[in-house]
Design a protein around this ligand. Structure first.
Ligand SMILES: CC(C)(COP(=O)(O)OP(=O)(O)OC[C@H]1O[C@@H](n2cnc3c(N)ncnc32)[C@H](O)[C@@H]1OP(=O)(O)O)[C@@H](O)C(=O)NCCC(=O)NCCS
Length: 451
């Protein structure tokens, strides 16, 4: 069977709850200097769901919007994949709930992919491979509500969803070979099946992220460097980078680490002495130390700085305002790049690398190329409008048996609220009568008394 050509991204739609916390206000409520959450973590705001929304409602909303935006006939979809780690049922997949949008086409393949923040990427890879074989259209959904019980991790929560239309003759296609890395680590996991909070070893999780980045980038350059056409290949040779963004400082650290990795990879070659010589003092630093060394981080950040503004900043707009949306995070970064690239979408006729990481862990790095104009992809995103429409609040919402929140807190239509989309949502709400906080209500951070 011949492979279908130019399979890739044909459409993208994002969603995030408009209810948000300003990081400055959150820092004040947490009794820490504002600089820790703003400059320290690099975040501006954090989106969170009220009691009207849950993983199913935000997934329905984003898929419905994608279908309207791209004029998708439900009968044309052959595969529907969901990546999420926001588990509200230990058996039934979110994908099956989404089938209420496809009642006239019950023949759609696919189900949920779960591995922390990586499930959405696995879903995308599955959809791309399926389309290459079958030639049909697929929808990939990545959606999560990121909540932490640990006080230190709380400012790195968030919420969001993305839906991606995958199919042939796409303007954005994969190029080269994708590189995967996976290992058995306990940096972030959810062993308590009755609660939504992860067990997280935050600082260790940053090291796991960087270790995965090291492995992926080194192998990626070896396998795909020739496509970039520069010699030697360094991070500066690539047009754009799109990172999984648990919080912005992690993205800054990841990007600057690529320059340290360039030096390590090339220092034994004829290019060695000329590659980032200011990083030479760190040549013999033990690997483990490099993950935490402040002096190395500062030196690498200085080398990376001239490139950060054009190659990375455009993709950080949405994640800095919505926080970590786990599986959706990297695709919120991609959507931000599509809308915010310096020179506009037309300037994107080039290449970029995408790096996706999921704790536990799974990671991948791959390259996508814009081979045709993407105006139709970007025209309906309205990321700036949606950021402007964010409504910041510090109010604590009490558990209740009926959703008390005004629907106006949920952003642009079409939207779904949990009470109208899922009988299990009603059951969850009723659980609050027994003193158990339902997931959707727990997502309203109890950081200040009602006011
Ligand atoms: C990220 C995390 C570990 C930070 O927790 P923490 O120990 O409370 O925070 P830190 O003391 O490390 O401070 C965070 C940053 O703010 C900086 N900072 C602290 N106070 C500051 C201030 N007043 N002004 C400016 N910066 C400040 C710190 O120097 C640090 O920066 P660095 O990382 O460049 O060294 C925690 O939020 C967490 O566990 N998050 C979830 C884990 C996660 O998302 N992992 C990634 C999975 S992919």
């Amino acid at each position: 069977m011949s492979e279908i050509q130019n399979v890739g991204i044909r459409g993208i739609e994002i969603y995030f709850p408009h209810r948000c916390l300003e990081m400055v206000a959150l820092a004040e409520a947490d009794g820490v200097p504002a600089g820790k959450y703003t400059a320290g973590l690099g975040q501006t705001r954090m989106a969170f769901c009220g009691d009207r929304e849950d993983i199913i409602s935000i997934s329905l909303t984003v898929v419905k919007r994608l279908m309207e935006k791209c004029n998708i006939d439900p009968k044309d979809i052959g595969r529907l994949e969901v990546g999420t780690e926001t588990i509200i049922d230990h058996s039934k997949s979110v994908k099956s709930s989404l089938m209420q949008l496809f009642t006239e086409n019950p023949f759609i393949e696919g189900c949920d992919q779960i591995n922390a923040c990586y499930g959405g990427t696995n879903a995308l890879f599955n959809a791309l491979d399926w389309c290459r074989l079958h030639g049909g259209l697929a929808i990939v959904v990545a959606a999560d509500i990121a909540l932490y019980g640990e006080k230190n991790a709380r400012p790195t929560g968030g919420a969001g969803a993305v839906a991606i239309l995958v199919g042939p003759n796409a303007p954005i296609v994969m190029e080269g070979t994708r590189v995967a890395f996976s290992e058995n680590v306990y940096d972030f996991y959810k062993p308590h099946l009755s609660e939504e909070y992860p067990v997280v070893d935050g600082h260790f999780s940053l090291q796991c992220y960087l270790r995965s980045l090291d492995a992926c980038y080194t192998r990626f350059c070896a396998q795909n460097g020739h496509l970039v056409g520069a010699s030697p290949i360094t991070a500066a040779s690539f047009d754009y980078f799109v990172f999984h963004s648990p919080y912005n400082k992690m993205v800054q650290k990841a990007f600057s680490r690529l320059f340290y990795l360039d030096r390590q990879r090339l220092r034994g070659t004829e290019h060695g002495p000329a590659v980032h010589p200011t990083l030479a003092p760190f040549d013999d630093m033990p690997l483990q130390e490099t993950f935490t060394s402040k002096t190395l981080q500062e030196a690498a950040t200085a080398v990376a700085a001239p490139f950060y503004a054009t190659k990375v900043t455009p993709s950080t707009r949405l994640p800095t305002h919505t926080g970590n949306s786990y599986t959706a995070s990297i695709y919120h970064s991609l959507a931000s790049l599509l809308e915010n690239a310096v020179g506009g979408p037309a300037a994107l006729l080039g290449k970029r690398i995408v790096f996706s990481y999921g704790s536990g862990s799974c990671a991948a790095m791959w390259m996508m190329r814009v081979r045709a104009p993407i105006d139709r992809l970007t025209s309906g995103l309205h990321i700036e409008d949606q950021i402007r429409a964010q409504q910041c609040t510090l109010r604590h919402l009490h558990a209740a048996t009926q959703p008390p929140t005004r629907l106006s807190f949920i952003s642009r239509r079409p939207n779904f609220s949990n009470s109208e989309t899922s009988p299990s949502a009603e059951k969850r709400l009723n659980r609050s009568e027994n003193g158990v906080t339902p997931p959707a209500l727990a997502s309203c951070l109890p950081i200040a008394p009602p006011g």
